[in-house]
Design a protein around this ligand. Structure first.
Ligand SMILES: Nc1ncnc2c1ncn2[C@@H]1O[C@H](COP(=O)(O)OP(=O)(O)O)[C@@H](O)[C@H]1O
Ligand SMILES: [Mg+2]
Length: 338
């Protein structure tokens, strides 16, 4: 478990003329075995936060505890040992260009003083895990972006870390390659039980793989919840903006809501309720007309998520009963316009 308590990080320029508060009183808990997302726009403090988790940056105040051990209080040699339990991958891969794929993956093993035979065995296991066995002797310059990130992942896992930190690891990749890397991260999480912390500015990444998520804005965590909670019930404007970037829940700009004569509602479906024909039941049972204006259905990590923007027409009491029926079926109903 990773616990971050009241973490603040202030950067001060050497002549103290410039002060940047990169993190302000951050509190969050990441459980073993989960995929935890941290989303925010550029400059929000995401990289500083991961750098505090892997001890590349010393917090100005506050604590980072891994399995109850306070990282801010370790000696240099304890710190080296703790750092081996944490792997990290980066947007620009940070590979060693003069070493082959195998050489890159072996590098952290060499540093840890791993015997040659054991090292060779581990490297070939890792090559297989990331699907690069046939590229063992290639150089990074001969690889595609996705293949380079696979090398980065294999290298990060070399010393059997408990935690993998990913800082914008798919941001330089095209959508298809991103999907395959996210799939690989999911496999690593599920099969090796590695806890993964995903830093991103892309909601599509959160949507694909994260169990829980925190939103960071201007150095502060403004919202935390399960991915499903965030999608169905965002509390901050920034969370709503991130959601809107991947699922269209608002009507197009220029749509004139005044032309509607009925009640405009937004329905949000999760899991099973997304697959049931509730709307046709509503129409039949309550004599309410439903005019669908906008709809989308999407996959969150392990569940289905749908929204429908609908104009309901009928008499007031049947609409009221109809809405109660929808809510009873586990659908969230928001009235957008009366
Ligand atoms: N080493 C540093 N010295 C001074 N300011 C820094 C340093 N690292 C980051 N910052 C500042 O801290 C803020 C957060 O940066 P960062 O954590 O990189 O954000 P993000 O990863 O979300 O884009 C920015 O204003 C950035 O300029
Ligand atoms: Mg960053």
């Amino acid at each position: 478990m990773i616990e971050i308590k009241n973490l603040t990080k202030i950067f001060t320029s050497s002549d103290e003329s410039k002060i940047v508060t990169a993190l302000k009183n951050i509190n969050l808990t990441i459980e073993d075995g989960e995929i935890y997302g941290i989303i925010g726009t550029s400059g929000a403090g995401k990289s500083t936060l991961v750098r505090c988790i892997n001890l590349l940056e010393k917090p100005t105040s506050g604590q980072v505890l891994i399995d109850g051990k306070d990282l801010t209080k370790l000696t240099a040699s304890e710190m080296r040992r703790e750092r081996q339990k944490i792997g990290m991958i980066f947007q620009h891969f940070n590979l060693l260009w003069s070493r082959t794929v195998s050489g890159n993956i072996a590098f952290p093993l060499e540093i840890a003083g791993c015997p040659k035979q054991e090292m060779d065995k581990r490297v070939s296991e890792l090559l297989e895990l990331v699907g690069l066995t046939d590229k063992a002797d290639a150089y990074p310059s001969q690889l595609s972006g996705g293949q380079k990130q696979r090398v980065g992942i294999a290298r990060a896992l070399a010393n059997h870390p408990k935690v993998l930190l990913s800082d914008e690891a798919t941001s330089a990749l095209d959508p298809e390659t991103t999907a395959s890397i996210l799939e690989l991260l999911k496999t690593i999480n599920k099969e090796l039980g590695v806890t993964i912390v995903v830093i991103t500015h892309e909601m599509s990444v959160i949507k694909e793989i994260c169990d829980r998520v925190s939103v960071i804005e201007k150095a502060e965590i403004v919202e935390t919840g399960t991915t499903v909670e965030l999608f169905t019930n965002p509390k901050t404007d920034i969370a709503r903006r991130f959601i809107n970037s991947v699922v269209k829940t608002s009507l197009p700009a220029g749509f004139n809501e005044k032309v509607l004569s009925g009640l405009l509602v937004r329905l949000t479906f999760i899991g099973e309720s997304a697959e049931k024909p509730v709307l046709s039941q509503l129409v039949r049972k309550f004599n309410v007309d439903a005019n669908v204006l906008l709809g989308s259905i999407d996959n969150l990590k392990d569940t289905t998520f749908g929204t429908l923007t609908v104009e309901l027409q009928g008499n007031e009491s049947s609409i009221k009963q109809g809405i109660a029926f929808l809510k009873d079926k586990g659908i969230k109903v928001e009235v957008i316009q009366e």
